[in-house]
Write a protein that binds this ligand. Structure first.
Ligand SMILES: Cc1c2[nH]c(c1CCC(=O)O)Cc1[nH]c(c(CCC(=O)O)c1C)Cc1[nH]c(c(CCC(=O)O)c1C)Cc1[nH]c(c(C)c1CCC(=O)O)C2
Length: 355
C-alpha cells in the first residue's frame, strides 16, 4: 500500500477519509455529509442544456456527457458525494433488452418478461457490455479529487417490476401475479437479475466507485413476509457478491417503513429511509451496526427557506444519536425544485453539524 492509498484499495486517502465514507463506516465526521438522490437532472439548467437533443439512454452511454452531468451538482451545490449519472435500466439495455426511457414516463419495455421462454432473453452482463461505464468512471475519479463517487444499480424487485409490467406501474399487478402465481419462475427471474446487478456493481467498483447504492424504489409495495420470502434472497445475493470490496453498500426504497429491518439484514451497511419514518425510530427498526441515510421529504423544498431549515433541524435532532448519518432526501429531487434551495440546504446541514 503506497502512502496515498487507503486500506480499501485503490481510492486516494482523501476520498477514503471523506465525511461521506466516514459516516457510512460509522466513524466520527467533521460535519454530517449530504448528497441528493437525483441530484443530477432536470432541476439544473446546465443539465437541461447539455441534454438538449440527446435521448436519455444515449446520454448514459457517452462518457463525456456522463462525466459532465455527474460533476454538475458537485460543482454547484458542494455536495459530499457524486452519484454516477446513469439509470437503473442501463444494464438491461446493455444485454439487449428492448427498452427505452420515455420523457415524463420512465422506462418502457417493448416485450415484457412474463414466461420461462422470456427469461432466456436475460443473458449475463460482461464488463465489455458496459465499457463506457468503466471509461466514464476513470474520467470522473480523475476530476473528483477527494469527493467520493457512488455507483448504483436497481434491485432485482424494482427491475423485475419494469420488466414484467412493461413500464411504470402503480399497483405492480402483473409482477405480483407472477410472484404469487409462479414462485419458481419468479425466483429464477430475481436470481438472474441479481447476477446482472452484481456484475454491473462490480464493474463500477473496479473502475473506482467508492460506495454503491442498490435502489429498490418500489419494494415498499410488499408486506414483510413476502419481502423476506420472495425478494430478500436475491437482494442479499447482490450485497454478498460485492462484500469483498469493502466499499459501503447502501440500500434504499420508498414506503419501506415496515421493511427497514429486513433491508438492513439483506446485507446493507447503510439503510436509506424515506420521510415517513423519523430517523430515531428508523434506527430502532434497523438495529445497531448500520448507518442511516435520509430523510427530508423532497416536496418540503417547495416551501419557505425557514420551513426547509426547521424540517431539516428536526431530522438532524432525530439523527443526533445515530451511529452514522448521511443526510439526503427521502426520495429523488423533484424536477421543478429550485436548485438554489438545494445549495442552501447543503450549507445549512454543514453549518448546523460542524464539529
Ligand atoms: C425507479 C428509478 C428509475 N431510475 C432510477 C430509479 C431509482 C431511483 C428512484 O427511485 O427515483 C435511478 C436513477 N435515474 C437517474 C439517476 C441519476 C443519478 C442521480 O441520482 O443524480 C438515478 C440514480 C437519472 C434519470 N433517469 C431518468 C431521468 C429523467 C430523464 C431526463 O432527464 O430526460 C433522469 C435524470 C428517467 C427515469 N428513469 C426511471 C424513472 C422513474 C425516470 C423518470 C421519468 C421521468 O420523469 O421522465 C427509473
Amino acid at each position: 500500500m503506497s502512502a496515498n492509498q487507503s486500506p480499501a484499495g485503490k481510492q486516494p486517502t482523501a476520498t477514503y477519509d471523506s465525511a461521506f465514507l466516514k459516516a457510512c463506516r460509522r466513524e466520527p465526521v467533521p460535519h454530517t455529509p449530504v448528497w441528493f438522490m437525483r441530484q443530477a437532472g432536470r432541476s439544473l439548467p446546465e443539465y437541461r442544456k447539455v441534454r438538449e437533443g440527446v435521448p436519455m439512454l444515449e446520454s448514459c452511454m457517452r462518457p463525456d456527457l456522463v462525466t459532465e452531468i455527474t460533476l454538475q451538482p458537485v460543482r454547484r451545490h458542494g455536495v459530499d458525494a457524486a452519484i454516477y449519472f446513469s439509470d437503473i435500466v442501463v444494464p438491461l439495455k446493455a444485454i439487449g433488452v428492448d427498452l427505452d426511457i420515455r420523457p415524463g414516463v420512465g422506462p418502457v419495455v417493448e416485450r415484457p418478461i412474463r414466461t420461462r421462454a422470456d427469461l432466456a432473453r436475460l443473458r449475463d452482463l460482461t464488463p465489455e457490455d458496459v465499457s463506457y461505464v468503466t471509461e466514464a468512471i476513470g474520467l470522473l475519479t480523475a476530476e473528483l479529487g477527494g469527493t467520493p463517487l457512488i455507483g448504483f444499480a436497481g434491485a432485482p424487485f424494482t427491475l423485475a417490476s419494469y420488466l414484467v409490467e412493461g413500464g411504470p406501474s402503480r399497483n405492480h399487478e402483473n409482477t405480483k401475479a407472477l410472484m404469487y402465481g409462479d414462485p419458481r419462475l419468479w425466483a429464477d427471474l430475481l436470481d438472474r437479475l441479481a447476477d446482472i446487478t452484481a456484475a454491473f456493481l462490480k464493474v463500477q467498483i473496479e473502475a473506482g466507485a467508492s460506495a454503491v447504492q442498490l435502489f429498490d424504489s418500489w419494494v415498499g409495495a410488499l408486506a414483510p413476509a413476502d419481502y423476506r420470502r420472495s425478494v430478500m434472497p436475491a437482494s442479499a445475493k447482490v450485497f454478498e457478491a460485492v462484500a469483498g470490496y469493502g466499499v459501503p453498500r447502501i440500500h434504499f426504497g420508498v414506503g419501506t417503513g415496515e421493511l427497514l429491518g429486513l433491508m438492513g439484514e439483506a446485507g446493507a451497511d447503510v439503510v436509506g429511509v424515506d420521510w415517513r419514518v423519523p430517523l430515531d425510530e428508523a434506527a430502532r427498526r434497523v438495529g445497531p451496526g448500520k448507518a442511516l441515510q435520509g430523510n427530508l421529504d423532497p416536496a418540503v423544498l417547495f416551501s419557505s427557506r425557514a420551513a426547509v431549515e426547521a424540517k431539516t433541524d428536526e431530522i438532524l435532532t432525530a439523527a443526533a444519536d445515530l451511529e452514522g448519518h448521511v443526510f439526503n432526501l427521502g426520495h429523488g429531487v423533484l424536477p421543478t425544485t429550485d436548485p438554489d434551495a438545494l445549495t442552501r440546504l447543503v450549507e445549512h446541514v454543514h453549518t448546523r453539524t460542524a464539529r
